[in-house]
Design a protein around this ligand. Structure first.
Ligand code: 5RP
Length: 228
């Protein structure tokens, strides 16, 4: 069932992509459905350039026939579609469960419109039940972990099959269990001040729209417009 909810959200987002667009391609098992759908649309004549957020996405996008570009050549990306590990009702996110947070954040920052696709389990009142991924340089990582812990979390070095997990950018990831994060923007600033931290999986004010795959169908959350 969860797979069906992911597919619903992922495929819906593909409808936003139009001819001639430069499209940021996110990473993960939900946005995979967007990429597969875009592959079908490209076969039917859609002309787009994809900017992948990870090596895994680059590979998948190539396999389905999406033309790819280099972020260095595009100051502005028309739309990016990506997944998330947690979303709150302000459209703030925790990302990085799949380890691609650095490239995902760079591409989100370059995007005119950022769309997030999730299944309904990911929507939370407060962020923080999902341990916050923080990408750190290898140099001094154990010290960096202690500094992270001094902010009130339990910090765990990410492992994969018995080895330290290495990101696409040759860094490590520390998963930080903070519990409820009441002030995500403040926490992001605090972590950002730690030397050795490369990027943080908090995405604040970067998202325009969230497409939620639910049992009953699809819900869309949009950035609240300015009431003035
Ligand atoms: C990768 C991410 C993913 O978008 C996030 O982990 C969600 O993935 P999935 O759709 O597989 O649950 O942030 O860095």
């Amino acid at each position: 069932m969860i797979e069906e909810l992911k597919r619903r959200a992922g495929e819906k987002a593909a409808e936003y992509v139009k001819d001639g667009m430069v499209v940021g391609l996110g990473t993960g098992s939900t946005v995979k459905y967007t990429i597969l759908k875009l592959g079908e649309m490209v076969k039917d004549g859609l002309d787009i350039i994809g900017i992948p957020t990870s090596i895994a996405t680059e590979k998948l996008a190539r396999e389905v026939g999406i033309k790819l570009g280099d972020i260095n050549d595009y100051d502005v990306i028309d739309i990016t579609i990506d997944g998330a590990d947690e979303v709150d009702r302000e459209l703030n996110l925790i990302k990085g469960g799949g380890g691609a947070l650095l490239r995902e954040k760079m591409i989100a920052h370059a995007s005119k419109y950022e769309v997030i696709v999730v299944d309904e389990r990911k929507v939370k009142e407060f962020l923080g039940a999902f341990p916050l991924p923080v990408e750190v340089v290898k140099f001094g990582y154990r010290r960096t972990m202690r500094v992270l812990e001094s902010l009130g979390c339990e910090a765990k070095l990410r492992m994969k099959e018995g080895n330290i997990y290495i990101t696409d950018n040759e860094n490590y990831i520390v998963d930080c269990k903070f519990g409820v994060i009441k002030s995500p923007a403040e926490l992001e600033r605090e972590i950002d001040n730690i030397p050795g931290v490369v990027e943080i999986g908090l995405f604040i004010n970067l998202v325009n729209e969230v497409i939620i795959g639910k049992k009953e169908g699809i819900e869309i959350m949009k950035k609240r417009s300015n009431p003035l």
